[in-house]
Design a protein around this ligand. Sequence first.
Ligand code: 173
Length: 318
Amino acid sequence: MKKVILCAMLLGLFGASAGAEEVTLRAVSAFAEGTQFSKNFERFVEKVNADGKGVIKINYIGGPRAMPPFEVGNAVRTHVVDIANVTGAFFTNLMPEADAGKLFSKSMQMQRKDGTWDYINQLHNQKLNAWYLARQFHNVPFHIYLTKKLDKLDLTGLKIRVTPVYKDVVEALGGTAVTTAPGEVYTALERGVVDGYGWPVLGIFDLGWDKVTKYRLEPPFYSVEVGVLVNLDAWKGLTDAQRKVLNDAALWLEGLDEENVAVIKAEIDRQSKAGIQSLDFGAAEDKRFLAVANDAAWQSVIKRSPEIGPKLRQLGGN
Ligand code: 173
């Protein structure tokens, strides 16, 4: 009996001290360190490490030098890492609906209020074994950039570098889609393997693409989605105090999206100073482009996921 009590006491003590211990999460980013779509995540890591002293710590391993970007989603799923900064377009192989985030341009404050985040989080729980902690860049659109001038809104005969974000719209406009990770875009352009590429309005200077880019096709379309995903087992293993540090920092991170309006203005200016011309075929063609982009994307999501796709569309994607 004494032994049992002693054991229970020891276990109890051990349990208590384990719960009070600082936990360390291993993190990676699908985007290069210090570049546009890693920057705010890196600020988030700093904030967690400052606010979470003695409670929770993030050990940031790095970007694509540490792990190929298209493997990051699977690394979260299988708990090779605990937390990651990654866009859904990089793991549609595991979760066909993952790139639908680009069709939700509502603020995250709204998405958390109206049930959108909740539904998207559940999908990540079920399909990727991940907790959808935060979503960044809802107010940053994409463009197609070109090395050649077009005389009409038609990509026939052109090869365009894509990810699942742009594949459907590029094909709907007659282009040939060539999938590459961001790290291969420069070489593909330089060697003429592609005549253009899809990318957000921000970030083309980070990897030197401005040197091989001549035109930015209008209009801007969709909405960047870069999520912060936590392996679901890791998430469930955290204490309330540890989760609170992450949640508070996640809301703060989402709030950083307010900076994007000014950042976009400055970046467009920088692009034109770098000699990149805006290619615009007028209001009617812009409207047609957006309709084609929107329809092609939803059709593709619904085709890949016939049950969930329509539900996502109903949730107020565009
Ligand atoms: O690689 C990409 O073009 C891509 O899909 C993406 C998604 C979000 C942010 C930046 C790039």
